[in-house]
Design a protein around this ligand. Structure first.
Ligand code: CUA
Length: 429
């Protein structure tokens, strides 16, 4: 009797736990990166397929378990019972248990193949083309229609299909925005495609990541996706396509395409006196900057990576960063060998992320850190302490480079110079 009561209580507790789990799994808020959010036709197709599989899988499970339990209980050994009859094969049963799974496979195969064909067909001709290039360990995004190249942050307009052409600059990566669509691999010497139409109506922000092991910072290869109203997308794209002017333009600037050397305001702050000519920025007509509203980015889409120990630029030095001095220091630093800033004709590198309008991004370092003066200065000082294996060199004077295993001396940047450069970069909205 007591045993029965205990059993019943145990069963009730187990049922309650299962019900809680099931209910928790239904909550979109609890799992904002879930693949089961209906935000594109692609993930609606995949979710519908998944639901069918779950239905048939559950049906098979229930039937098989019911037969199994029935058999176990009905034909269990009883004290004093007769020896079971020995049988050698049963043709009807064998045909049945061969045909039944075949039939079930047909039920699974038809919707699967249909979904594969639907999601694999070429994108509509009107689709927004976005080239995705995977790098160890960051994402390059190009919008050929607008002449925009950016890094780690994707802007997509509502209601227009977007066609991603996926390539890699080095090893295998995999492109996945769980709440929108994916994942699809980036394979050497090949272009893969993925397309979908973001159809959420409000401004929304999503997480994306690399999902193919690609080296020591594979887990640090993230990106963000902002789906926005078409008019805002247009504003964003037009502004990103314009050169990043420094100092920021007054309204209605006339283009002056001639280069001229400017004076060197950093002389006396440890800079060499031999003046390397710094080309003045090209003036272009001003555009309206537009950035996804910060207050609409949920906490799970902002980075929370803590600063590694040993990063020590004093707050006052960071706060004292001067964008004008930073422009000059940047324009003759090692930075320009790897980074491009359209609008700064000294900065033509292509190895690292394009930094035109870097100040309009919310994240740096492959989406690993918040893009603010604190993180940007330390990143410039010693990126390799903040992200294992990164190609971004250690630039802080006196810092130990963990990859080269040497201390940066000549050519290294002081904390003040780094703070100036960060101020310049953050001004490039
Ligand atoms: Cu790129 Cu993992």
């Amino acid at each position: 009797m007591l045993r029965n009561i205990r059993l019943r209580r145990g069963a009730a507790a187990a049922l309650a736990a299962v019900a809680l789990l099931v209910l928790a799994a239904c909550s979109g808020d609890a799992y904002p990166n879930s693949t089961f959010l209906p935000t594109t036709e692609n993930n609606r197709d995949v979710t519908a397929l998944w639901n069918q599989m779950m239905f048939w899988g559950t049906a098979v499970f229930v039937v098989v378990e019911a037969i199994l339990l029935f058999t176990i209980i009905k034909y269990r050994r009883r004290p004093g019972g007769p020896e079971p009859r020995h049988v050698h094969g049963n043709t009807v049963m064998e045909i049945t248990w061969t045909l039944a799974p075949a039939l079930i496979l047909v039920f699974i195969a038809v919707p699967t193949v249909r979904t594969i064909f639907r999601t694999q067909r070429p994108a509509p001709a009107t689709a927004l083309q976005v080239e995705v290039i995977g790098h160890q360990w960051w994402w390059e995004f190009r919008y050929p229609e607008f002449g925009v190249t950016t890094a780690n942050e994707l802007y997509l307009p509502h209601g227009r299909p977007v066609n991603f052409a996926l390539r890699t600059a080095d090893v295998l990566h995999s492109f996945w925005i769980p709440a929108l669509a994916g994942k699809r691999d980036l394979i050497s010497n090949r272009t893969n495609y993925l397309w979908f139409t973001p159809d959420s109506t409000g401004e929304a922000a999503f997480n994306g990541s690399c999902n193919e092991y690609c080296g020591s910072s594979h887990a640090n290869m993230k990106f963000r996706v902002f789906t926005v109203a078409p008019a805002n997308f247009e504003l964003w794209a037009r502004h990103q396509a314009a050169d990043a002017m420094f100092p920021p333009p007054a309204p209605a600037v006339v283009a002056t395409p001639t280069a001229r050397p400017v004076s060197n305001p950093t002389a006396g702050r440890g800079a060499t006196t031999a003046v390397v000519p710094v080309l003045a920025p090209v003036a272009v007509p001003a555009t309206t900057p537009w950035q996804f509203p910060r207050e609409k980015i949920p906490p799970h889409v902002m980075p929370h990576t803590p600063m590694p120990p040993g990063m020590d630029i004093p707050e006052a030095v960071i706060a004292g960063g001067d964008a004008q001095r930073g422009f000059t220091t940047y324009s003759r630093s090692a930075c320009i060998g790897c980074h491009k800033i359209r609008g700064n004709r000294s900065s033509m590198g292509i190895l690292g992320p394009d930094l035109t309008h870097v100040g309009s991004r919310y994240t740096i370092a492959g989406g690993l850190f918040v893009n603010d003066a604190l993180h940007l200065t330390h990143w410039i000082k010693n990126a390799r302490m903040m992200k294992p294996g990164t190609l971004m060199q250690t630039l802080g004077k006196g810092m130990r480079d963990p990859i080269m295993n040497m201390t940066v001396q000549a050519g290294g940047l002081t904390d003040a110079e780094i703070s100036d450069i960060a101020a310049y970069l953050l001004s490039l909205k």
